[in-house]
Design a protein around this ligand. Structure first.
Ligand code: CP
Length: 305
């Protein structure tokens, strides 16, 4: 049995196979419409979500399976004091696979020790979000035609943004990726990303504080929201929340084939006027999330068309 807790739980070859399967699902939806018949996915969301939970549920339904679960800790027995371990042990009696989001870093990892079925980390605190990473990789592959040899700018809350941490870990294993980290000093990537990922693997990166100084270098810009829920005080959030706003004026300096990604939800960091720019990929990215989760569910359950 395999779990997906950290993006590096999957080898590059396994990630590429999931991408290939997702692309085949996109082209041949009917072929996959009953492959999970009789199987159940449980979505245990102790923290809010729109895309991740609903795309997981839509994914399982489009594979012919069923879904059960809860969308907040308030509607589960966690409110009565039940532990994550007991919750997961019980739900693994009812479902064949579990997607779990939790505000505490490491909670899905802990769950994987007590579960009788595969656990998928659907986001743990400010740590990791590996299925968003699979979504991002599929989007890059579809938009740019490759997963190597480009410059990517990661912009915004690089400290608390779990999507950024997971994406860096995954992309750093592909050839010729150059990272530009755009953030205020308070929201720089955690030190372990610098030492354990960039320096250890001799990966080219630089840290800057404005978008404007690097916009013309970028093949991809990955915008992120400032993660209000991870701040210890409101004043710091208010001071930092609108540091970066990508708008049409800034995009005048960018390459004509720039890909603009955002895991969503967006707050103010991309002006709505950008949505009509053909370089804006973020809603296509959200759709890719459903296809890649279909491929992941099939892979972890070991089912084939
Ligand atoms: N990208 C993402 O994780 O969105 P949700 O929080 O809506 O699931």
């Amino acid at each position: 049995m395999k779990h997906l807790i950290d993006p590096t739980d999957l080898s590059v070859e396994e990630i590429d196979a999931i991408m290939d399967l997702a692309l085949d699902i996109i082209d041949h939806k009917d072929k996959y419409s009953e492959v999970c018949k009789g199987k159940k996915l449980a979505t245990l969301f102790f923290e809010p979500s729109t895309r991740t939970r609903l795309s997981f549920e839509a994914a399982m339904m489009e594979l012919g399976g069923n879904v059960l679960g809860f969308s907040s800790a308030d509607s589960s027995s966690a409110t009565k004091g039940e532990s994550v371990g007991d919750t997961v042990r019980v739900v693994s009696c009812y479902a064949d696979i579990i997607a779990m989001r939790h505000p505490k870093e490491g909670a899905p990892h802990f769950a994987s020790f007590v579960s009788d079925v595969p656990i998928i980390n659907a986001g743990d605190g400010g740590h990791n979000h590996p299925t968003q990473t699979l979504t991002d990789l599929l989007t890059i592959r579809r938009e740019k035609g490759r997963l190597n040899n480009f410059t990517i700018g990661l912009c915004g809350d690089l400290k608390f943004g779990r999507t950024v941490h997971s994406l860096i870990k995954a992309l750093s294993r592909y050839e010729g990726i150059r990272f530009i980290l755009i953030s205020p000093k308070e929201l720089r990537v955690p030190d372990y990303i610098i030492t354990e990922v960039f320096e250890k693997n001799t990966i080219e990166y630089k840290e800057v504080s404005t978008m404007e100084e690097v916009m013309d270098e970028l093949d991809i810009i990955y915008m992120t929201r400032v993660q209000k829920e991870r701040f210890f005080n409101e004043a710091d959030y208010v001071r930092l929340k609108d540091t970066y706003i990508l708008d049409s004026a800034k995009l005048k300096q960018a390459k004509s084939d720039l890909a603009i990604l955002h895991p969503l939800p967006r707050v103010n960091e991309i002006a709505v006027e950008v949505d009509d720019d053909p370089r804006a990929c973020y809603f296509r990215q959200a759709l890719n999330g459903k296809f890649v989760r279909m491929a992941l569910i099939m892979t972890l359950l070991g089912v084939h068309a």
